[in-house]
Design a protein around this ligand. Structure first.
Ligand code: ADP
Length: 394
C-alpha cells in the first residue's frame, strides 16, 4: 500500500512513540513531549533517541495523533498538524472534537480506547485540495480491564491511489461503453438476418457489411487499447535513428491512396527532400498516420492536408517540428485543452461514424513524450487545424 521506505520510517516512529507513550501513560502523566536536546540531565542515549524520535516524526508523510482517555491530544506530528488545523499553533491538549467533527475519526478513536483496534477507516478532507486518508487506530497502555490508557491513530495519505483508481474505473467504463455500441449493432443485425433477412440477397449484403464495419471497429479499439497500455506501461522501447522524413511522409501518404480521394482530400508533402529527424521510424510513422487520418476525416470535400517541417536551431536547443495542417472544420477552443485525453472527442457520434476510437491523439501524445518531445495543437473553428510534433535535436 505504501512504499517500503515510508513503511520503515513509520514502523520506527510508531515503535519509539509507543514505548514513550506507554511509559508516560503508565506514570499517569497528561502530556508526552520528547526530551529537549538542551536538557542537560539527559543521557547521550536518551538524547539520541529523542533526536531520532523528532526527526522521524517530522519527516513522516503519515499524520500521527495520540489521545489520552479523555480524548485529548497528547502527541502529534507536523503531518497531523497540517491535516487538522494548520492555523492552530499546536494540537496537543486540544480535544479531538475541537480538531474535527468527522464522526468516523471520533468513533475509531473511541473504539480504540475501549480496546478495539480499527483500520481501513476512510477519511476525506474537503478543502480546495481534497485529500483522502486511510486511518488506523490502535489502543495503547491499559490492559487491566479498564480499556486502553490512550489511542494512537495513523493517517495514511491515499489521495494519489484513489485518483489512480478513479482514472482506472473511468477508463474501464469508457472501454466497456465503446465496445458495447458496436457489439449491440452486430447482435441486432445477426438477429435480423436470422429472422428472415438472409433470404433477401440485397439486405443480406448490406447487413453483413454493417456487421463487418462494427467488428472492425471493435478490432481497432482493442488494438488501440493494447497499444496505449503498452506505451503507458513503459513496455515500448524506441529504436531511434536518423529518419529520412521526406520519404517517410511519402510512405504514409501512399497508405491513404484510397481513403484521401474517397473523402475528396489531397495530401501534400512539403518536407524538403534532404531532411532527416532523429526518431523511431515506425513510431513516427504511427504518429503521422494518426494525424493525417484525422486531417482527412475532419476535412471538407476539396480540402488539403499538408505535412511540413521546421528545423529547430541547433544552438538554441529548439526542437525540430513536424506540422500536419488541414483546412477542415477546426476545433472549438474550449476542447483544445482536453483533446489529447483518452476517449476525448469533440463530437462523439461523428467520430464513431467515421470509425474513430477516440484514442488516436492519446497515442500520439504518449509516443511524442517517449521521444522526449511533445505534440501541440492550434486550431481555428471553420479554418482548420495544425498539429505539431516537436522532436529533440540530435
Ligand atoms: P478519433 O478516433 O475520434 O479520431 P482522436 O483521439 O484521434 O480520436 O481525436 C479525438 C478528437 O479530436 C476527434 O474525435 C475530433 O473531435 C478531434 N480532432 C482530431 N483531429 C482533428 C482535426 N484534424 N480536425 C478537427 N478535429 C479533430
Amino acid at each position: 500500500m505504501f512504499s517500503d521506505g515510508s513503511t520503515q520510517i513509520l514502523l520506527v516512529a510508531v515503535c519509539i512513540l509507543i514505548i514513550a507513550l506507554v511509559i508516560v501513560l503508565r506514570r499517569g502523566r497528561e502530556r508526552v513531549s520528547p526530551p529537549q536536546p538542551q536538557d542537560l540531565s539527559q543521557s547521550p542515549e536518551s538524547f539520541a533517541v529523542s533526536s531520532l524520535f523528532e526527526a522521524t516524526m517530522g519527516s513522516m508523510r503519515e499524520g500521527l495523533l495520540v489521545v489520552n482517555k479523555d480524548m485529548r491530544v497528547i502527541a502529534s506530528n507536523p503531518a497531523a498538524h497540517k491535516l487538522f488545523n494548520p492555523s492552530m499553533s499546536k494540537l496537543n491538549s486540544q480535544r479531538l472534537t475541537e480538531l474535527t467533527r468527522n464522526p468516523a475519526i471520533y468513533s475509531a478513536f473511541l473504539d480504540a480506547l475501549k480496546g478495539v483496534e480499527r483500520s481501513g477507516v476512510k477519511v476525506q478532507t474537503h478543502g480546495p485540495e481534497r485529500q483522502v486518508f486511510d486511518l488506523r487506530v490502535v489502543p495503547i497502555g491499559g490492559g487491566n480491564g479498564n480499556g486502553a490508557a490512550g489511542a494512537l491513530g495513523v493517517f495514511f495519505d491515499i489521495t494519489r491511489m484513489e485518483r489512480l483508481e478513479m482514472v482506472r474505473q473511468e477508463f474501464l467504463s469508457n472501454v466497456s461503453h465503446e465496445l458495447r455500441t458496436p457489439l449491440t449493432a452486430i447482435l441486432a443485425f445477426v438477429e435480423t438476418l436470422e429472422n428472415g433477412a438472409l433470404e433477401d440477397p440485397e439486405s443480406s449484403k448490406r447487413f453483413l457489411s454493417i456487421i463487418r464495419r462494427n467488428a472492425s471497429r471493435m478490432h481497432g479499439l482493442i488494438d488501440d487499447i493494447l497499444e496505449l497500455t503498452a506505451i503507458e506501461g513503459g513496455n515500448v522501447r524506441l529504436r531511434a535513428g536518423f529518419v529520412d522524413l521526406h520519404q517517410l511522409v511519402n510512405d504514409v501518404c501512399a497508405s491513404f491512396a484510397a481513403k484521401a480521394p474517397a473523402h475528396g482530400v489531397s495530401l501534400v508533402n512539403k518536407v524538403p527532400a534532404e531532411v532527416t529527424v532523429y526518431a523511431d521510424a515506425r513510431r513516427l510513422e504511427q504518429m503521422l498516420t494518426n494525424l493525417i487520418d484525422n486531417g482527412i476525416k475532419f476535412s471538407k470535400e476539396g480540402g488539403t492536408v499538408a505535412i511540413s517541417y521546421e528545423p529547430g536551431g541547433r544552438d538554441s536547443g529548439e526542437r525540430d517540428r513536424i506540422l500536419v495542417e488541414d483546412n477542415g472544420d477546426g476545433i472549438p477552443a474550449q476542447h483544445l485543452e482536453r483533446l489529447f485525453e483518452r476517449f476525448y472527442r469533440v463530437d462523439r457520434a461523428r467520430s464513431r461514424d467515421m470509425g474513430g476510437t477516440g484514442l488516436g491523439l492519446a497515442i500520439v501524445k504518449h509516443l511524442a513524450l517517449l521521444h522526449g518531445g511533445e505534440v501541440t495543437v492550434n486550431s481555428e473553428l471553420g479554418k482548420g487545424t495544425i498539429f505539431t510534433i516537436h522532436l529533440p535535436k540530435h
